[in-house]
Design a binder for this molecule. Structure first.
Ligand code: SAM
Length: 280
């Protein structure tokens, strides 16, 4: 598929196409931070539990595994293309589960990225395991890496410490609101109905998670890229924090949801620019 600009504004560019086609068209060393939520390769006919009912785990054709070797080759290719567009001091965050995270980490090491942190996003309200033959899958991993071992990566340490109530921010995230919870643990609830009002994406990330990532590793005015943008949660968080955004997806339906979300966020910031300051 040929890449085309699907939506453009002062701060946002959305491309429709395969990220392997679009990434080579972006300028080398132009991006400060990348967040990637790639296919997890877990849609292979399994079952899960949703709202007390047994449902298919399948997310869509895009999430089907093509076999270990082919999946790793794809992971390596898009990570390589991302590394080309990343500034020398830029960083990349990639989320995944046991289905793909080891391939991602290995490919990063093969390509010369420097692994910085492995974040555990704990989900205490995870679906029960219906087969009763495994532990309940109740977390996702997010790897944070710098472009190379020479990179002077950006980490807004003091801001994270401030958010953590004066303590060092830890590498454990929780997506539940716990009374009197320790502030140094990230409390991130799953996307609310409000976040899905323009349509549902089967693997939509919470805005709060992306805001934390963007605040930790970039400054206002920086360029943020998401090569698997889906409903553009990364873009919404980027605009809200005064950064620019480039998103790529090969599904028109998801891009339409993205445009609605991004336009609303741009309008919110345009009519109330002080929102940016308040949120940081
Ligand atoms: C895990 S979802 C991302 C969800 C996103 N983080 C959100 O909050 O909505 C992965 C997305 O990658 C897209 N995708 C899969 N393969 C792709 C490819 N080769 N190039 C571009 N997009 C792709 C899918 O259409 C899907 O929307």
């Amino acid at each position: 598929m040929v890449a085309r600009v699907f939506y453009k504004s002062n701060t946002v560019t959305l491309y429709e196409g395969d990220c392997l086609d679009v990434l080579p068209s972006l300028s080398e060393r132009s991006i400060d931070v990348i967040f990637a939520d790639p296919p997890y390769n877990l849609s292979n006919g399994g079952i899960t539990c949703h709202a007390g009912r047994m449902v298919s785990v399948d997310k869509g054709e895009w999430d089907k595994s093509k076999g270990t070797e082919a999946d790793h080759a794809f992971t390596t290719e898009w990570l390589k293309a991302c590394r080309r567009v990343l500034k020398d001091d830029g960083t990349i965050w990639v989320s995944g589960t046991l289905h793909n995270i080891y391939s991602i980490g290995f490919a990063m090491q093969q390509l010369g990225y420097k692994l910085l942190n492995e974040i555990c996003w704990f989900k205490p309200n995870a679906s029960p395991n219906l087969s009763c033959r495994y532990f309940t899958h109740s977390h996702e991993t997010v790897i944070w890496a710098a472009k190379s071992k020479e990179s002077k990566h950006k980490f807004n340490y003091q801001l994270m410490k401030q958010i953590a109530g004066g303590k060092q921010m830890r590498s454990l995230w929780m997506d539940i609101e716990v009374e009197d919870q320790p502030q140094d643990i990230w409390s991130i609830i799953t996307p609310s109905r409000e976040e899905k009002k323009y349509g549902k994406h089967p693997t939509q990330k919470p805005i709060a998670l992306l805001e934390r990532i963007i605040l930790a590793s970039s400054d206002p005015g920086d360029a943020i890229l998401d090569p698997f943008t889906g409903s553009s949660t990364t873009g919404v968080a980027a605009i809200r924090q005064g950064r620019s955004f480039i998103g790529i997806d090969n599904d028109v339906g998801f891009l339409e949801v993205s445009v609605n979300r991004l336009k609303e966020e741009e309008e919110n910031i345009r009519t109330n620019p002080r929102l940016i300051a308040k949120l940081t």
